[in-house]
Design a binder for this molecule. Structure first.
Ligand code: SAM
Length: 261
């Protein structure tokens, strides 16, 4: 189902839920039932909207449809400063996702194990996590491999702060604030990415330009479109796609195929 169609269906379910609730409450009132409090009306509308959309829409719409009328009713009695405060918090947490469409979702434990095993098997000494989120993965790896260095770059201020504080006591772990596109990836043996499908070709190109011979780019879950990976490391829910670097001599031709020059 297209995004537009599901949005239109959700809106229809919501309107139907509200109309049904208003009709029931109106008829009840005409028959002497005392006026329902606004919160009860919101609950009824949410319940109806959810039930109407139940079979028509994806399951994640159900809580959205249920909560929307309740949130609307509550919003009349909540100070607008709360909305402002929540917006500021969300912007500080993930403002960058608006532009780069890469939200925070964290790698699980197994990814850390796979990455450290990979580094040890090849004798690699350093790893850069481009978009390190709250730094949980990096700290885990830094503890598991005290002789290697781990660096993360994060552009969302609050996530950076959390990652920075988390890494303070870990001497082989460092968190940098900023945009990973603007920094060199040259000093690292491994660059790890868990981003989205969209930037992967650009990530691969930058890795090819910046990274030295015998280094490696590893991308969790998202392959580089049109480029054959050099290996796959299974890591619980997703695979890690391995792209070996051959010293800044890789280019994607117009077909997106890898070739060495
Ligand atoms: C999917 S999360 C991955 C978090 C962590 N690497 C992990 O595997 O658990 C991607 C992170 O990349 C960050 N990010 C996206 N674009 C960025 C950029 N250009 N520079 C720095 N960080 C970026 C986002 O803020 C988000 O925290």
């Amino acid at each position: 189902m297209t995004r537009f169609l599901s949005f239109a269906l959700a809106l229809t379910a919501l309107c139907a839920g509200v109309i049904l609730t208003v009709s029931i409450l109106y008829v009840s009132e005409q028959n002497g039932v005392p006026r329902a409090p606004p919160l009860l009306a919101g609950l009824m509308a949410g319940l109806f909207a959810m039930l109407i959309g139940w079979r028509l829409l994806a399951a994640w719409w159900r809580p959205v449809l249920f909560l929307m009328p309740i949130a609307t009713v509550l919003s009349f009695s909540i100070s607008p400063w709360w909305f402002f405060a929540v917006s500021v918090l969300l912007i500080a947490l993930q403002w960058n996702a608006v532009f780069n469409r890469i939200p925070l979702y964290r790698s699980d434990k197994m990814v850390g194990h796979r990455l450290t095993d990979f580094m040890q098997s090849r004798g690699y000494q350093s790893l850069l996590d481009i978009g390190c989120g709250d730094g949980r993965l990096l700290v885990r790896m830094a503890k598991a491999c005290p002789n290697a260095n781990f660096v993360g770059i994060e552009s969302a201020p609050i996530l950076y702060l959390i990652a920075y504080l988390r890494c303070l006591k870990q001497p082989n772990c460092q968190i940098l604030f900023g945009d990973f596109w603007k920094r060199s990836w040259a000093p690292y043996d491994v660059v790890f990415a868990f981003l989205s499908p969209e930037p992967m070709l650009w990530v691969w190109r930058k890795a090819g330009r910046d990274m030295g011979e015998h280094s490696a780019l590893l991308s969790l879950a998202f392959a580089v479109p049109g480029i054959e990976e050099d290996g796959l490391l299974p890591a619980q829910h997703f695979d890690l796609y391995l792209y070996e670097q051959r010293g800044g001599h890789q280019h994607a031709d117009s077909m997106g195929k890898k070739k060495d020059s």
